[in-house]
Design a binder for this molecule. Structure first.
Ligand code: HEC
Length: 153
């Protein structure tokens, strides 16, 4: 009887250990997956600290421009919205210079195409047509989304 009890408890012990081990493995696996999804796989632009600050400042201005354009459209101020699009998102000499300072050809091409779409948005807003303007705004914002998905500082 005692032997059977020892055998049974040893069996339970082994099963218990296996369960604990499996749970540990699963945790490790989940952590591994977690780490994979936390990894930033976007292309780095290798910017200097000054360039980083300059770029982020520019970006915050881009976001502010989008906000202003939406606000002005809601107030029927299409002329003003058009001016914001051309001056803040369009291919101004300042933006042209900023976009030429990167070492990544594809990034620069994306930057130029983005600013060109800013000028197209400015033209679309001049029509005062909401659907035409929103289509152009959507196009411009597609560049924000696709560049952010591809590149990081
Ligand atoms: C050609 C590429 C490109 C385009 C187009 C672009 N961005 Fe960015 N943006 C970046 C990069 C690179 C960063 C840095 C992201 C990082 O390192 O995680 C950034 C960062 C930002 C940030 C963070 C700023 C901060 O202070 O942390 C904002 C906000 C932003 N972008 C807004 C916009 C908006 C709005 C648009 C479109 C109207 C836009 N960007 C278009 C490349 C781009």
């Amino acid at each position: 009887m005692k032997r059977i009890l020892i055998a049974v408890s040893a069996f339970i012990g082994i099963v218990g250990l296996n369960v604990a081990f499996a749970a540990d493995e699963k945790m490790r696996h989940q952590n591994h997956n977690h780490n994979m999804s936390m990894m930033d796989t976007r292309t780095s632009l290798d910017l200097s600290p000054e360039m980083k600050q300059h770029q982020l400042l520019n970006m915050r201005e881009h976001l502010d421009a989008i906000k202003s354009i939406v606000g002005l459209m809601s107030e029927n101020k299409f002329e003003d919205a058009s001016k914001v699009a051309h001056s803040k998102l369009g291919l101004t000499p300042e933006m042209q210079q900023m976009c030429s300072m990167f070492n990544d050809e594809k990034f620069m091409a994306l930057g130029f195409a983005f600013h060109k779409s800013g000028d197209d948005l400015g033209d679309a807003l001049k029509t005062r047509d909401v659907a035409t303007s929103l289509r152009a705004l959507n196009k411009t914002m597609e560049y924000c989304v696709s560049c952010h998905a591809t590149y990081r500082q």
